[in-house]
Each structure stands twice: as structure tokens, then as C-alpha cells.
Design a protein around this ligand. Structure first.
Ligand SMILES: [Zn+2]
Length: 264
């Protein structure tokens, strides 16, 4: 109990990325955090060990005790507790009444959407042990803002999943840039998100770019921070051209702008 009382406390909103950081010690070989039953490695930069954890939009508010494991060069293992204090964040809800045919998917469309959701969730479930990014995360369209992360929509009384990304204004043909260095793990057309690119940045951090009119990268290649991924468009289930930019951190749906904030 005493360890818990003395524990380091990090606070984070629902739907955000949070950076944890520990001072280096002589003989320290590796640091690993167990967060929501997932093992997340920390990386060594200068005199600190740092990692980024994702707090899902629907994460339970309150104190979450988290174990941090320090492995020494001589094999000794030291365990400490930290507390992640999750704070409630209210996101707006909109109720819409629309003709059912706009809400109900046909059987083949539903089957395709479900298959693709499984495919993307399987991608997000992998926590790569190598940190691939090398600079702060950037907005894929420099200077743009998107404020509708987390908005909940209720169609004809049926609540939908909250909006898991930020929509950025973009005319068709606007260049879309990688938020950071990473590997292309998906580059193809999906039912809901149209022409889609997903980058794996390592440590469970993924970025998604949706509704593109053109994809300029291939699955498997490494892209540098700011590299052109394709052009904005209106493919998939959309009402007009824009960029849907999503970030997943160890599977958690987080506001992409909270990752940009970390680098500041
Ligand atoms: Zn969107």
C-alpha cells in the first residue's frame, strides 16, 4: 500500500495519449510498462526512459494502478507502481433522424465492413517493440485543425461508436503527409474509410488517413515524417471531401492532436 501511496501519478483525459518518463539509472537495461494488460516498452533517449500510452475514449475514469518493470544489466528486475488518473472528458452528442435506408447496410456491405473492422483491429493489436518515429508528431495537413474527435451520433435512437478521429478540411487533391516516421501496414480501399493508409510507428502507435482520392505508398515500405502518402478525397462513406485522421495507441482511440501536443 505504501508503494501505491508514494507512486508517481500521471493524469490524462479519456481519449488522449499520455507520455510517461523515468530518469535513467546506471546499469538499467530496459523498462516496460504493463498498461491495460498490454506490455509496452519504453525507449531510451538522452537521460530518460519514455513511452506513450493510449487512454481510450471509453476508458473508465479514476485511478488506474500500473506496473513498471525495470530490468538491470545484471538480470535484476525491479518493479514499481505508477498511477494513471483518468479524467472524464465530455464529448458532444448529436441526435439525428434519417431515413432507415441511410443507416441500415445491405448484407454484403455489412459483411465487408465487419471483415475489414477485424482486419484493422488485428493491426492495432500488435505492439511493436521498436520505436520507429524520430521527431514530434505533426498534423498531416500543416496548420489544419479538426475538432470533432469523440463526437457521438445517435441515428434514429441507435447510438453509434464515437467518432474515433479528427476530420480536417481538405479539398480533393490536397497533399496528405505522414504524421511521423513509420511503416505502411495498410494501403487499400475499405468500405467505410475509402482509400486508406495506416502507418505503424512502433510501441503500439498507429496513424490512419482516410477517404483519399489517391494512395502514393505501398504496404511494407518505411516512410519518413512528412512524406507524401496520397491526396485527400471523398472515397468511402462520406458526404464530401476531407481528411479523416485517426490515431490508435495500444488499441485505444485517442484524439490525434493529443499526440501532437506531446511533442511540444
Ligand atoms: Zn471522420
Amino acid at each position: 500500500m505504501i508503494a501505491l501511496l508514494l507512486a508517481l501519478v500521471f493524469s490524462a483525459n479519456q481519449g488522449s495519449a499520455v507520455q510517461l518518463s523515468f530518469p535513467d539509472e546506471p546499469g538499467l537495461k530496459s523498462v516496460e510498462i504493463v498498461w491495460e494488460n498490454k506490455k509496452v516498452p519504453a525507449f531510451h533517449v538522452d537521460d530518460r526512459w519514455t513511452t506513450i500510452l493510449g487512454v481510450d475514449i471509453d476508458a473508465k475514469p479514476g485511478k488506474h494502478a500500473t506496473s513498471v518493470f525495470f530490468t538491470m544489466n545484471d538480470g535484476r528486475l525491479d518493479q514499481r507502481e505508477v498511477v494513471i488518473e483518468i479524467e472524464t472528458k465530455k464529448y458532444p452528442t448529436t441526435e439525428l433522424k434519417v431515413d432507415d435506408r441511410y443507416v441500415e447496410l445491405s448484407k454484403p456491405d455489412l459483411a465487408r465492413a465487419n471483415r475489414e473492422a477485424k482486419e484493422t483491429e488485428a493491426i492495432y493489436a500488435v505492439i511493436g517493440d521498436e520505436m520507429l518515429w524520430n521527431e514530434p508528431f505533426k498534423v498531416p495537413i500543416p496548420g489544419e485543425t479538426g475538432t470533432n474527435f469523440g463526437h457521438r451520433r445517435i441515428f434514429n435512437g441507435q447510438p453509434r461508436a464515437p467518432h474515433a478521429g479528427a476530420d480536417l478540411h481538405a479539398a480533393t487533391g490536397t497533399p496528405i503527409h505522414a504524421t511521423n516516421r513509420g511503416r505502411v501496414v495498410l494501403a487499400k480501399h475499405l468500405f467505410f474509410t475509402g482509400n486508406t493508409v495506416i502507418l505503424d510507428h512502433g510501441l503500439g502507435v498507429y496513424s490512419l488517413y482516410a477517404h483519399l482520392s489517391r494512395i502514393d505508398v505501398k504496404r511494407g515500405v518505411m516512410v519518413s515524417s512528412g512524406q507524401l502518402l496520397g491526396l485527400a478525397g471523398a472515397t468511402g462513406r462520406v458526404t464530401g471531401p476531407h481528411l479523416h485522421w485517426g490515431m490508435r495507441v495500444q488499441g485505444a482511440r485517442v484524439d490525434p492532436f493529443t499526440l501532437v501536443e506531446i511533442g511540444k
